[in-house]
Design a protein around this ligand. Structure first.
Ligand code: ADP
Length: 382
């Protein structure tokens, strides 16, 4: 008999040892909602000696620092229904950190109901919540990027189909119809124009895919600013003639940097950005001038500018034009063909070169595009 009592006491000690030391908080509550037992984890969490917790109403202790929806009516309900309840809440730990917790309220088996108790198992689920949030955010991001990709593909298919249809259509007319030479030449012109548009679109798409997959590499070599500007001036002159805008003035304005005009830069990408800005300026300027050039912004920053006296861009739309496929309605007429990719590519290229790009513009008066790159003089002997 004594032996059995001894063994049962051992068992109780063993179980109590386990309960006292498990990392989750364990509390017991009596029928009045007062705490009758806390384990070590609870004492650690509430940072109070057990005698300041034992005998206190559960709602006062857990709600002291947080917003846990544990109250006396809930305790009463579990006593009455004898159904376990699981609730979640937020609590401020004494260290000042916000913690997410899960509380399981379980009725204790008490056959005689003489001394009914509930057990509260309180688990810190902050890490689980953070992981769940991360998964939800990642899923949202994946969905958004999927939608963007689909929209991009739809836009691209449209942009490719338009010039292709023109090429196929005009070639067919030349083959099928008995047309005079003058008309034939006109149609050949359309075919050539649409082929060029297709090539520049394919080039843009190649750049975008390289930029988006972080594979576009900026190759810095010695670049001669004077040489580049002279080349750009002649490209701009040709462009304005091709667009029947002989009346437009193209003005080059360079700061004299002496031997400092030999810089370390990716001249291919630099020219690509400036050509894009110049072609746009010519495209969107019916009369007046297009002025471009460079100057020192400060001793280690070079500023490039392309100004025009064209149709301008309202302030509210100035950020939009740097997004893929964005074209403003007032610029969409037959002579202003484009895809809305150029400026988005320019922005990403400038940023890859550690610079920034911005616009100053007034509708009806003109636009100025500015961008910076780091100014590093290249030594010709290097
Ligand atoms: P694209 O010229 O092929 O349409 P861009 O990305 O180069 O594509 O330009 C996007 C849009 O920004 C243009 O369609 C036009 O609406 C506007 N834009 C660009 N440059 C100018 C400019 N110099 N003056 C007025 N609007 C401009």
């Amino acid at each position: 008999m004594f032996d059995r009592r001894e063994r049962s006491k051992d068992k109780i000690d063993e179980l109590e040892y386990i309960v006292r030391n498990i990392p989750d908080m364990v509390l017991r509550v009596d029928i009045r909602g007062r705490i009758t037992f806390v384990n070590a984890a609870s004492i650690l969490f509430f940072e109070k000696p057990p005698d300041l917790i034992i005998g206190q109403p559960i709602e006062d202790v857990v709600n002291e620092e947080g917003m846990v929806p544990v109250d006396f009516p809930l305790i009463q309900r579990v006593f009455k229904t004898r159904q376990a309840e699981i609730i979640e809440g937020e609590i401020n730990s004494k260290s000042g950190l916000k913690k997410d917790i899960e509380i399981r309220i379980l009725p204790e088996p008490d056959k005689n109901q003489r001394n009914p108790h509930l057990v509260l198992l309180v688990r810190d689920i902050t890490m689980r919540k953070a992981a769940e949030l991360k998964v939800v955010q990642a899923m949202k991001q994946a969905q958004e990027s999927d939608m963007l990709k689909s929209a991009f593909l739809a836009n691209m298919s449209h942009e490719i189909r338009t010039p292709l249809n023109a090429i196929v259509g005009f070639s067919q007319i030349i083959i099928d119809k008995d047309i005079d030479e003058e008309e034939q030449q006109r149609f050949f012109g359309y075919i050539q124009q649409n082929s060029n548009q297709l090539i520049s679109l394919v080039n843009d798409i190649i750049d975008i895919s390289k930029l988006e997959s972080n594979q576009l590499v900026i190759r810095e070599t010695m670049a001669d600013l004077k040489l580049i500007s002279a080349e750009l001036k002649s490209i701009a002159e040709t462009e304005k003639n091709n667009r029947d805008k002989d009346h437009l003035l193209v003005i080059l304005e360079e700061e004299d940097l002496g031997s400092g005009a030999l810089i370390l830069a990716d001249s291919y990408r630099l020219k690509q950005i400036l050509i894009n800005l110049l072609v746009n300026a010519i495209k969107f300027t019916p009369k007046g001038y297009v002025q471009f050039g460079y100057k020192l912004k400060d001793h280690d920053t070079l500023l490039f500018f392309v100004r025009d006296t064209g149709i301008g861009i309202p302030e509210t739309r100035q950020q939009e034009v740097f997004q893929y496929f964005h074209q403003l309605e007032n610029s969409l007429n037959r002579s202003n063909t484009g895809t809305g990719l150029g400026l988005a590519i320019c922005k990403r290229l400038v940023e890859l070169m550690d610079g920034s790009i911005w616009i100053e513009s007034e509708p009806g008066k003109g636009s100025s595009f500015f961008f910076t790159i780091p100014y590093r003089i290249a030594s010709p002997n290097a």
